[in-house]
Design a protein around this ligand. Sequence first.
Ligand code: NDP
Length: 417
Amino acid sequence: MACDQYSCALTGPVVDIVTGHARLSDIWAKTPPITRKAAQLYTLWVTFQVLLYTSLPDFCHKFLPGYVGGIQEGAVTPAGVVNKYQINGLQAWLLTHLLWFANAHLLSWFSPTIIFDNWIPLLWCANILGYAVSTFAMVKGYFFPTSARDCKFTGNFFYNYMMGIEFNPRIGKWFDFKLFFNGRPGIVAWTLINLSFAAKQRELHSHVTNAMVLVNVLQAIYVIDFFWNETWYLKTIDICHDHFGWYLGWGDCVWLPYLYTLQGLYLVYHPVQLSTPHAVGVLLLGLVGYYIFRVANHQKDLFRRTDGRCLIWGRKPKVIECSYTSADGQRHHSKLLVSGFWGVARHFNYVGDLMGSLAYCLACGGGHLLPYFYIIYMAILLTHRCLRDEHRCASKYGRDWERYTAAVPYRLLPGIF
Ligand code: NDP
């Protein structure tokens, strides 16, 4: 509403309400409602992504060297299940964007500004899907779970709804809720939303600013990286440890596409053109952040895949051998990496992510607070995630984790935190 009615000034509605120029109900009354067009568009969008996910086995891994797609295995769940996944996110992203560009340059079926033009009506649709999928996941967890032994019931209804009951809810053999909802429709949409914002900026101001180009390019790198490494994503906290509830279901449908794209939306209302040094600085910060994020994640992945038989920064990695007991009472062995970025701080991958996030925000200049939402949110998310993960690792590995924290004393920033 701040963007739609106050050109992205967060203080605008507050000042109006405090000074009596508007009531909350006036602002609410001006909010665009859900429309038939938005509902049709959204249904078409989600159906298209479901079809790409379920009906088109991956062919990208057959011709893209280094890309790992097709049928892949996830991590062992606490109950000892190993799920198989059809990794075809890169293909879905490529086909969707091919269609988008074909439409923009040849077919002209719809305007490239279509997402911006229906932004708030689509928000209602995304909410309906977000709540529907979270509620369905809850009911499914109680009545027909995919793997009953991996369900978690806490006794608190709201906690169960928010954090989820089922670990890997599925419909049929292949439709995995976590993989589908996290990657598509939210992350595939991310780059399309940004392209639509760029098209709208050009329509309104007759050019696309360098800030808009930077936001589009830096976020596209992050999105493509996600799909290129979708197999690696199977080993992240979202898939390996979190249950599927409102936190992931609603978050993927609404939070991610609507709040991760605020910089592009802001730039439609404020066509910031950066000076060359400012633009180069933002680009460098974004690229260095991305480099740290990618290399740190790759180091851990390589280390775990090869069971430590690899080189990190050209040397044999330092290792802490550790063991833990799973829910079924079995004893397992694992290894913690103490070299590379994992020897600099225990979650230096998050630092790279934060640098990239800051770059998107800095691309919007210093006029308003709203585009800085992303870095504030990511700092909270990743600090909380870091503490949550460390708590889990400490109870999983016990003394072995203490040896790791003694060897690498800082969580995020050496000497600070
Ligand atoms: P990590 O990739 O940091 O994974 C943490 C897990 O790795 C731990 O639970 C532990 O699992 C294992 N581990 C921890 N330390 C070591 C070590 N030294 N050596 C080997 N294994 C270790 O966390 P996430 O899954 O949260 O994040 C993955 C990436 O995704 C990050 O770069 C993050 O920035 C990004 N991300 C982005 C988000 C966004 O919204 N943009 C949201 C969330 C994440 P185990 O039990 O196997 O030992």
